[in-house]
Design a protein around this ligand. Sequence first.
Ligand code: CCH
Length: 288
Amino acid sequence: SASETTGVFVPTQEDYQKVYNEIATLLQEKDDYDDGSYGPVLVRLAWHASGTYDKETGTGGSNGATMRFAPEGDHGANAGLVAARDFLAPVKAKFPWMTYSDLWILAGICAIQEMQGPTIPYRPGRMDKDIAACTPDGRLPDASQGNKHLRAIFGRMGFNDQEIVALSGAHALGRCHTDRSGFDGPWTFSPTVVTNDFYKLLLNEKWQWKKWNGPKQYEDKTTKTLMMLPTDMALVSDKAFKQWVDKYAKDEALFHKDFAAVITKLFELGVPFDETTQQTPMTLKPTA
Ligand code: CCH
């Protein structure tokens, strides 16, 4: 094998499955965090690692893991993601042959699959970059804004309206934290399961401005326990976006299919896969 002749360890799909299983086991063990899972914050880490991509300059994206360094790790948008990076530290120690860049994306995929989401194909090959590759602040979306901002930010990465709406369904997961973004609360009643509930609730609940001292956000009129960001609400006030919200609210299978496709694209933005080596996407098996 290549590893015998060169002395360089060449991981196989089995090796990546071992890493996957390790993350899945830790997710089950460390269940006293937030709503009972680190899954959502792992998805957010993978998204913020990828979502800095700029298609014009080819800078940013998941190939680099530059959020390890203070300038990028300290960007306001990344507040709290140290919890996800710390969660993965023992995994990196156990599998030192893996780059942080590949590990963060594998962890995002593992989290989605373990939270009953669709199967996400995985391709390794990302290289860690040094501090000089940190992206400037302001590349990730600002939740206080609206439809123009969403199209500008996601357009810079290369996404269209349908893809923006499909990606936003990730807000079925997790919650906002007052000590991170300043916003407060979960979007759905099942924040550790990949459902289409984000779209259903957007359409079916009555939303009102929350009366509080924090940043402007919505709360549901009925229970006052759920939340929506101004950017979330733009997905129903903008007619072109709303068409897709309607579709995904009606059809969870379609959401899962489109979410898998668009998150794969997100996770691979700017990654220069070597077409000559083994780059067939692999399917890693969920534990359940
Ligand atoms: Fe998001 N997100 N997100 N988001 N997000 C937040 C939390 C999560 C925006 C703002 C916020 C995506 C798109 C957007 C997740 C996945 C995705 C929070 C709360 C804010 C604010 C952070 C906190 O306080 O901890 C905005 C604006 C956009 C614009 O579109 C996309 C795309 C994805 C993934 C595909 C996940 C998951 C969370 C929950 C994190 C947690 O810790 O529970």
